[in-house]
Design a protein around this ligand. Structure first.
Ligand code: ADP
Ligand code: MG
Length: 618
């Protein structure tokens, strides 16, 4: 009787299957385990994680390394993926002409139009010009309210105020007449005096309606069509804000500028193409598709993309002890996205959603380092470590242990760094492909679009549904259902959007409403996984025709996602393909496909036959 272990080292996780190969040459998988991968996939650094995973699987069986006759490693070429974001537009204000932000507590509400006047000059203002008061930070709220009231009582028409400190509500409460007040304007010194300004404050829970619409801005300021075109970036930057100020200065100029992000050169087996990153994801992916199969992708040196590609190449070169020049970027996935960005020249730290392109790149190196890994492992545990079995083939073998499957079959392995597809036909021939872009890319998109700057919380948002804590005793889930609690929730959750994780409720540090967060999450998944599923299957399907595949099985960590399988199923339904999540050995769900495939292949080699794998398992 011999025990063997199959080990699948992935970008994110290392999975193990321990099996018993009995004297009468039967194979039984006894246990499995999963740990985070240590080091970059396919390099010697993985040994630590592998040992942990083996320990975890062996312990409950009462076995030690000495009981293992072999450890089987997947023949994974090291693949590293890198994800980056290139901003391709930015809003630039050359004259101070706009304020638009979300102060937590603006005062009053409504739209007001007038000429900007300093607080101290209000009383001197002539009575017929409507004023917008500018209140600098040095004046406290009581004094500000007093001066405003005094000017009002003298008949100066004041329509609204722009305040530096966070005092709008305090001032407003003391005024004899209500007016909209925008506060927290950091650069108040740069607000031009004597210019026509429009200010708008939305009611609680709403966002402004007028100053985010170019035609309303045109109405307020009597703009001609040419001038209206120029205010489009203003309107766009103000969309969704709670309060806003637009000031018309004679030379005020606001533009959306496209930033050159660099060029990509796609070198295919048959043809080449060049595309500028700022043309956006659609244009890039159209070229990638045209040039496929790709041999290499080069980026213009000295640009942002150039930098990203250089980084990926360098990391890979160091890890595999190869010269940088031999490392090739073999696939990219580009997606259009938005990135909140400081408005250049803005007065209140305004953010505008700049267009950005997210890029995932993938580098595949030679198999050499796997041998080093096997040696390192052998030194550690004194068990034969055998590199054998191409990952994609093992994954298919493992996937075929899903009850109800048989060749021909296609699998999609939805991992962290790459999306892989393989197809097995009736005669057992297997074709496979690795594409850049998977779970990590989704997390990055969620992180940037919501401006979280916290990958950890972005990862949680990806994994779990959201809810809104409406009172301390109930919350509304994103599907609309309401959950009540007997014990009060923690007060810090009150009124917050939370992620409903397995370990409890996690508040999301953002002012975005629940609907927006959910939409960003779903779009990120669509953009990465639906596109890659179609792209991958097109490359492995007979004649590139997805319709010729009848069954597709999903494996890998991202197949556990609560939305992704459904999105892929819907997309593939168009091609008449039946899609579902794998259930490896009838017990593992979409996990452990490669590790299971490895032990099966071993048994097959030993027995000289391929036994059908279905009755395996506990
Ligand atoms: P790899 O083979 O590259 O190591 P995995 O198959 O382990 O990758 O998949 C890792 C990816 O799966 C990560 O992006 C992770 O966020 C995602 N993932 C893991 N568990 C879940 C889950 N329950 N829901 C959604 N995504 C998940
Ligand atoms: Mg994997």
């Amino acid at each position: 009787m011999a025990f063997i272990a199959g080990v699948d080292v992935g970008n994110n996780t290392t999975e193990v299957a321990v099996a018993e190969f009995t004297a009468d040459r039967e194979l039984r998988v006894l246990a499995s385990a999963i740990v985070m991968t240590t080091g970059i996939k396919g390099t010697a650094g993985n040994a630590v994680g592998i040992v942990d995973a083996l320990d975890e699987a062996l312990r409950p069986l009462g076995l030690t390394y000495a009981d293992l006759s072999a450890v089987l490693l997947n023949e994974a070429a090291p693949v590293i993926g890198d994800v980056a974001m290139e901003t391709i537009t930015e809003t630039v204000i050359t004259e101070s002409a706009m304020i638009g932000h979300n102060p937590s507590t603006p005062g009053g509400q409504g739209l007001a139009l007038g000429t900007t006047v300093r607080l101290e000059d209000l009383e001197a203002a002539s009575g017929d010009e409507v004023c917008i008061a500018i209140v600098p930070g040095g004046v406290d709220f009581e004094e500000a309210a007093r001066l405003l009231n005094r000017a009002l009582s003298k008949g100066v028409p004041i329509a609204g105020a722009i305040v530096q400190k966070d005092d709008a509500v305090l001032i407003h409460n003391r005024l004899v007449r209500p007016m909209p007040i925008v506060d927290e304007v950091k650069e108040i010194g740069r607000v031009p005096v004597g210019m026509i300004a429009a200010i708008e404050v939305a009611g609680p829970g709403r966002s402004i309606e007028k100053l985010c619409n170019p035609y309303d801005i045109a109405t307020v300021f009597c703009l001609n069509p040419e001038e209206t075109r120029h205010v489009v970036p203003i309107a766009r930057a103000l969309m969704g804000t709670r309060s806003a100020v637009v000031i018309k200065t004679p030379r005020g100029d606001i533009q959306t500028r496209r930033i050159p992000a660099g060029r990509l050169k796609l070198i295919g087996r048959q043809r080449n193409a060049e595309v500028r990153v700022e043309e956006g994801a659609e244009a890039i992916m159209a070229q990638v598709r045209k040039v496929a199969p790709l041999v290499e992708i080069a980026a213009e040196p000295g640009t942002h993309v150039g930098g990203m590609f250089e980084h990926v190449r360098k990391v890979m070169a160091t890890l595999t002890h190869q010269p940088v020049s031999t490392v090739r970027v073999q696939d990219i996935l580009a997606v259009d996205t938005f990135k909140p960005q400081r408005v250049i020249g803005g007065l209140a730290g305004e953010l505008s959603l700049g267009n950005a392109v997210g890029l995932a790149a993938m580098v595949e190196a030679h198999r050499l380092p796997m041998q080093l890994l096997a040696e390192r492992l052998q030194e550690k545990i004194h068990v034969d470590a055998v590199v054998g079995g191409v990952e994609a083939e093992m994954a298919i073998r493992g996937a075929l242990t899903t009850p109800g499957t048989e060749p021909p079959l296609a699998i999609l392995d939805l991992g962290g760094g790459s999306t892989d597809a393989s197809v097995i036909n009736e005669s057992g021939e297997i074709r496979s492909i690795h594409l850049a872009g998977a779970g990590d890319m989704v997390t990055l998109l969620i992180d940037t679009e919501l401006g979280l700057e916290d990958r950890g919380i972005a990862e949680k948002i990806k994994h779990f549904p959201l809810a809104k804590v409406e009172t301390l005793f109930h919350m509304r889930h994103e599907d609309g259902s309401v959950q009540f609690f007997h014990q009060p929730l923690h007060p810090r959750l009150f009124g917050r959007v939370v992620v409903v994780t397995d370990e409890g409720l996690l508040p999301v540090e953002t002012r975005e409403p629940l609907g927006k967060i959910a939409a960003v999450r779903q779009q990120a998944k669509q953009k990465v996984f639906v596109r890659n599923a179609v792209r991958a299957l097109e490359q492995v399907a007979p004649y590139g025709n997805i319709r010729l595949l009848s069954f597709v099985v999903l494996v890998g960590g991202s197949a556990l996602d609560f939305e992704i399988p459904r999105m892929i199923t819907d997309a593939l339904m168009e091609y008449g393909v039946v899609t579902g999540r794998a259930n490896i050995r009838g017990v593992e769900g979409p996990r452990n496909a490669v590790a299971t495939g490895l032990v099966l292949a071993y048994a097959e080699r030993e027995n000289g036959v391929f036994r059908t794998a279905c009755p395996l398992g506990q």
